[in-house]
Design a protein around this ligand. Structure first.
Ligand code: IFM
Length: 482
């Protein structure tokens, strides 16, 4: 079994042996954390390594863990997404409980999909008093993250039946939730997301987090497009689903209206900077080190409501870089680079989810040494450090499975340059750090098995089995070598 798993997923690096070993460590842990045999269970944020986070899934599953399977064992990616459909009742219960429509997915999701995230996550170590965190209520991007990943799954695998059988229900219910969650700003004629938190968990109760708003728009677009696709290609399935969900005739038009008028914080035309949320650039501009000096107790929680970071531009983890990663086809290299340079000195990397988006941005900025440093910080986090095992009195240690998935994405999608263009073509555009002389990885794509081998000068894409296929290598379209 392991031989087959490694044949589908092992990545070989010709470079420092520690990079190779730590990457394999991550691949191994991502795989053993995954309930690959069933669509009834999620990937726990700490896998099976400990009881922290209760074996439950976060956005980590879709954004960090799952892409490994998308290109290696897509049937596992599929099961993880079916898990989201199976647990939609829990998400609908959560939406209804908070006065919304549709499916509001749990920030911490177990086997029923009900919200497991408590209201109180941390304690103030100075007073011993509870801190009311709003991860469960205001961190809403998990729902659109799931929908955009479903779209990505269909785009990469070509498994369009998935949309009709499973994905559309999730997309429609999430669209309902988002429509009921956004607010119409009548003065400016736009829809906004107010009172939320984005990936940077230290800044709660903010408005128009850029990553969230773009994800909301993208998820609504998936819902509208899937509805149209089903009406043309699977009308019977659409009719049955519409009946089951009591879909009113004007709902899809309302989703399209919100999509078309969603407020999206654009890059500043002069600087290229995207503001993390409204008012972020007005906050105090200090470094994480300076903030560390302000702590009264090293175990203090830095975030909401009174932590040292709250009134500053210091973020807990990558936020805008997650946007430029997830929507990488929307932003050019200059914008990605400008935001990388601005946000990296202001980030404390207080989560292992932080380095991968920064690293991808560093690759686009052409700073491959910095990217390699981010890769190593990700891939070795459980081998070389026990940092952040306890925060605000809560144990959050164990194996960081998101970092494990992030390390693969770093190697294959980042340095290895693997992507799927909007027109569905496989594209390979590697950028190796100086210390690596080559990388080689297998790719499963639309029924084919391919092997990509790249050095600093050459890229070879070999078709191992399956029908001939064109790939775009460094901008040039040609058939994979058979
Ligand atoms: O999902 C993450 C979150 O982004 C940061 N805190 C830990 C969670 C689980 O890994």
């Amino acid at each position: 079994v392991w031989d087959a798993i490694w044949a589908d997923s092992d990545v070989t690096i010709d470079g420092p042996v520690a990079d190779q070993a730590s990457l394999r460590f991550c691949l191994y842990h991502n795989r053993i954390a995954t309930p690959a045999h069933t669509d009834h269970l999620p990937i726990g944020a700490r896998g099976l390594s400990c009881q922290a986070y209760q074996g439950a899934a976060f956005w980590d599953q879709e954004v960090y863990n799952l892409p490994v399977f998308l290109y290696t064992q897509p049937e596992i990616a599929r099961r993880l997404l079916v898990y989201r459909q199976r647990t939609i009742d829990g998400a609908c219960r959560k939406a209804a409980r908070h006065g919304y429509e549709g499916a509001f997915y749990a920030w911490i999701s177990g086997d029923t999909g009900d919200e497991l995230c408590p209201d109180v996550f941390f304690r103030d170590v100075l007073t011993g008093r509870e801190i009311r965190n709003h991860f469960n209520l205001w961190q809403i991007h998990i729902s659109p993250d799931i929908v955009t990943t479903i779209d990505q799954y269909v785009r990469v695998t070509g498994d369009t039946a998935f949309m009709a059988d499973h994905g559309a229900e999730v997309a429609f219910e999430v669209a309902r939730f988002l429509r009921s969650r956004v607010l119409l700003d009548e003065r400016h004629g736009v829809y906004r997301c107010i009172r939320l938190l984005g990936p940077d968990e230290w800044h709660e109760n903010v408005d128009d987090n850029a990553f969230t708003n773009y994800q909301v728009q993208a998820a609504l677009d998936v819902a509208v497009r899937s509805h149209r696709w089903m009406s043309e290609n699977a009308p019977d399935a659409l009719e049955a689903l519409s009946r089951r969900l009591h879909l009113a005739p004007d709902e899809v038009a309302a989703w399209a209206r919100v999509r078309d008028h969603m407020y999206l914080p654009e890059p500043d035309p002069q600087t290229g900077l995207i503001e993390q949320f409204t008012g972020f650039f007005d906050l105090e501009d200090v470094s994480p080190d300076e903030l560390r000096g302000r702590l009264l107790n090293p175990q203090e929680y830095w975030g909401w409501p009174n932590g040292v970071a709250v009134r500053t531009q210091v973020s807990k983890q990558a936020d805008v870089p997650v946007l430029t990663w997830a929507h990488r086809h929307r932003f050019d290299d200059d914008v990605v680079a400008a935001n990388y340079r601005y946000y990296v000195p202001r980030c404390a990397h207080g989560s292992t989810l932080s380095h991968p988006p920064f690293g991808f941005a560093a690759i686009r900025a052409g700073d491959l040494d910095a990217a390699l440093a981010h890769f190593r910080a990700t891939a070795t986090v459980d081998l070389l450090t026990t940092a952040h095992a306890v925060v605000g009195g809560t144990f959050i240690g164990g194996i960081h499975t998101a970092a494990c998935g992030g390390a693969y994405q770093f190697a294959v999608i980042g340095f290895g340059g693997l992507d799927v263009a909007d027109n569905g073509t496989l594209t390979i555009d590697p950028a190796l750090p100086a210390e690596w002389s080559s990388i080689s990885y297998p790719v499963t794509f639309r029924g084919r098995h391919l092997r990509v081998t790249a050095t600093h000068d050459d890229v070879d894409v070999a078709l191992v089995d399956g029908d001939p296929i064109d790939v775009t290598i460094r901008g040039e379209r040609r058939p994979a070598r058979s």
